[in-house]
Write a protein that binds this ligand. Structure first.
Ligand code: FNR
Length: 187
């Protein structure tokens, strides 16, 4: 079988280093993973006023998660937390009450920043949110990536052996983790 992985890129930047990292992750991922990006940039700001009638963009978001076996978050750190656009998307997906799209979904978290902290603080924040949303999170390995532009190609290529090995192992572990979760909690 193949595993469908819905990918959230936490950045709306046209030159996002996290999108570049996501391309690298897809390139080294096991062959039985299929990736679909779940867009977040077209969503209005969430309000409970929408709960009775979600707009098409938000319905599409929930359908895309429902069509995924697992979700991968590749996100920058903004002011020591996650970007508002990503939080907004998670809020949409978690509602209306009783229709939380993340319930029991296998999830992995990774991110890149130019600095040494490598989005570690944002990932703690994201993990707290995903815990409340009852996602099944891979807890190890963690992926705190200090982005070096010379290492990553636009086509997903990785010009550093250690980085390539680390990202390959990260995706292999995520594949095995989702397989184990889906054995008990099929989607
Ligand atoms: C940042 N940046 C940043 N970096 C970091 O390591 N910790 C942080 O808390 C922040 N805070 C922050 C806030 C805001 C509003 C911006 C715009 C940027 C820098 C950030 O890591 C850098 O811009 C990355 O390139 C963002 O990732 P993308 O958008 O390129 O994927």
């Amino acid at each position: 079988r193949t595993y469908r992985v819905g990918t959230f890129i936490g950045s709306l930047s046209s030159t996002s280093i996290n999108r570049t990292l996501a391309k690298a992750l897809m390139r080294v991922a096991p062959d039985d993973l299929e990736f679909t990006e779940i867009p977040i940039g077209n969503l209005p700001l969430y309000s409970p006023d929408f709960d009775d009638a979600y707009p098409p963009e938000a319905t599409a978001l929930k359908e895309a998660i429902a069509a995924s076996d697992a979700v991968l978050f590749v996100t920058p750190e903004y002011n020591r937390s996650i970007p508002g656009a990503l939080k907004n998307a998670i809020d949409w997906a978690s509602r209306p009450w009783g229709q939380n799209s993340f319930d029991h979904i296998p999830a992995a978290v990774i991110g890149a920043s130019p600095g040494q902290i490598g989005t570690a603080v944002a990932q703690q924040s994201l993990r707290a949110v995903l815990s409340f949303c009852n996602a099944r999170q891979m807890t190890a390995p963690e992926g705190y990536i200090t982005f070096k532009p010379e290492v990553y190609g636009d086509d997903g290529s990785i010009a550093d052996e250690g980085t390539e090995q680390f990202l390959t192992e990260f995706m292999a572990e995520f594949r095995d983790y989702m397989e184990r979760v889906l054995t008990v909690l099929p989607r």
